[in-house]
Design a protein around this ligand. Structure first.
Ligand code: C2O
Ligand code: CU
Ligand code: CU
Length: 496
């Protein structure tokens, strides 16, 4: 490769050397990368998913993993909007499990509430019809107090809903469409899928990793043509927030988020993605040269008001990294906000493909009707030493925390009174973000469309408009930092 070009393109100086940390048994950046797994989708209806213990190839080697159908990440499921979907979960794990279809508006019995978990040797039948808009959704375990380890060990997959609106836009498809599951894993000892959360910082910060994984591959690289790509990105980390950007400094065009396409495309240089959130991005590589390399990276950021910030030096690059004290994270594990290079794109020498223009209108999203009579509720997310609660209470399986009338728009205010970020997720469909006060003080561009998860920083109050139209039953509101969730930052609401 042309080393000079790489350096100038990737801006390697600052963050490129960041991976070369003392004590990490990992090859430093650029020296060794592993081919990205290109995910092929399978039809949802009629699918059997067998949860079991197996091994996974994560690039430099194999590791024990908890998988669905032996695949890591779990199979990518494709569903047409309006299609009836029957899926059988077969549990061959040594413990109970249940799967949840994150972002989909499904009946209570198909939502994967932890009380529905099935034991070893048992199975669970899902039967639902997808009414949700086309978009990138996902699925993962929702087992009581075991969501974090089960998801971490490999049982998360993408779920792509397709419909006519989406296909009629002629966005990049086929080899120009790359679905991406981004995660971080701890690779110490060469067993990256072993979950060993300590009672201290891991339970406060969540289980942060030291190594970026894309589609189950550590330090992944992918050959791409010089053209326009659709990157459909999920942050499936347990706790790590990514601040996505290209190493060239070029902007990305945001076309969709959790609940599908936005109304209009937006060009952005950085996009922050909390755990559970998705973005649909267009990346234009058409004016690069063969052999050029571009990194999709997570930029360094700080969470205003977060505990431990400023104690551990400047993220991964700083000499003080890993000695950030208890709140800075585990030794050798980059703290929240540390930069990370997530995926490398290498331009092939095939002829450049001039990009076709991006449509100016992508979809239309109805505005919720809010007035003085709209019911309001407040949810306070609080974290204290080893406890994470909502309105002062930890999750109880059988307690109904609130009742919400079917078909009623409500305004829910998420208040973060803690010193930690909380990605807040509501089950059974999508909501709209109405406002953010405190902290960043505005609705971020990637929060403009339909959302099922919203990142709430310390001191922020985020108002969302929710409405449950189709499915009565018991559903969940929780933090999608999986350690926080497992420790009880979750509640039950009954739609009736
Ligand atoms: Cu993705 Cu209740 O979770
Ligand atoms: Cu969900
Ligand atoms: Cu949280």
């Amino acid at each position: 490769m042309d080393r000079r070009r790489f350096l100038s393109l990737a801006g390697v100086g600052a963050a490129g050397s960041a991976m070369a940390l003392p004590g990490l048994t990992w090859p430093p950046l650029q020296e060794r990368r592993y081919p990205l797994r290109r995910l092929q989708s399978v039809a949802g209806d009629g699918l059997t998913l067998t949860a079991g213990v197996s091994t996974a190839d994560f690039g430099p080697g194999r590791a024990e993993a908890w998988t669905l159908n032996g695949e890591f990440p779990a199979p990518t499921i494709r569903i047409r909007r309006g299609e009836r979907t029957r899926i059988l979960l077969q549990n061959e794990l040594p413990e109970p499990t249940i799967l949840h279809w994150h972002g989909l508006d499904v009946p209570e019995a198909a939502d994967g509430h932890p009380r529905l978990a099935v034991g070893p040797g048992e199975s669970y039948r899902y039967d639902f019809t997808v009414s949700d808009r086309a978009g990138l959704y996902w699925y993962h375990p929702h087992t009581h107090e075991r969501t974090a380890p089960q998801t971490y060990k490999g049982m998360a997959g993408l779920l792509v809903v397709e419909d006519e609106t989406d296909t009629s836009l002629s966005l990049p498809a086929g080899e120009f469409e790359i679905p991406l599951i981004l995660q971080d894993k701890r690779t110490g000892g060469g067993a990256p899928l072993r979950y060993a959360a300590s009672m201290g910082p891991d339970m406060m910060m969540g289980y942060l990793g030291d190594t970026p994984f894309a589609n189950g591959v550590a330090h992944a690289t992918v050959d791409v043509r010089r053209g326009l790509y659709r990157l459909r990105v999920l942050n499936a980390s347990n706790a790590r927030i990514f601040d996505l950007a290209l190493s060239t400094g070029a902007s990305l065009t945001l076309v969709g988020s959790d609940g599908g396409l936005l109304e209009r495309p937006t060009r952005l240089r950085r996009i922050m993605l909390g755990t559970g959130e998705r973005v649909d991005l267009l990346a234009d590589f058409s004016n690069l040269q063969p052999g050029d390399r571009v990194l999709l990276r997570s930029l360094e950021f700080r969470v205003p008001g977060m505990m431990g910030m400023g104690m551990g030096g400047r993220g991964m690059g700083g000499r003080g990294m890993g000695r950030g004290g208890m709140m800075g994270g585990m030794a050798g594990v980059p703290p929240q906000g540390a930069p990370m290079d997530l995926l490398e794109f290498v331009m092939t020498d095939e002829p450049a493909e001039p990009p076709s223009p991006i449509p100016e209108t992508l979809s239309s999203i109805p505005t919720p009707r809010i007035d003085a009579d709209t019911p309001r509720r407040e949810f306070r997310f609080e974290s204290m030493m080893m406890s994470h609660t909502i309105n002062g209470r930890a999750f109880a399986m059988d307690r109904i925390d609130l009742r919400v009338p079917l078909g009623q728009t409500e305004v829910w205010t998420i208040v973060n009174t803690s010193r930690l970020p909380h990605p807040v997720h509501v089950h059974v469909g999508q909501f709209r973000v109405l406002s953010r006060t405190g902290g960043r003080g505005r609705i971020m561009p990637w929060e403009a469309g339909l959302k099922d998860t919203v990142l709430v920083f310390p001191d922020e109050r985020v108002e969302i408009a929710v409405r449950f139209d189709e499915h009565p039953g018991l559903f969940l509101l929780h933090c999608h930092n999986l350690e926080h969730e497992d420790m009880g930052m979750m509640l039950n609401f009954q739609v009736e």
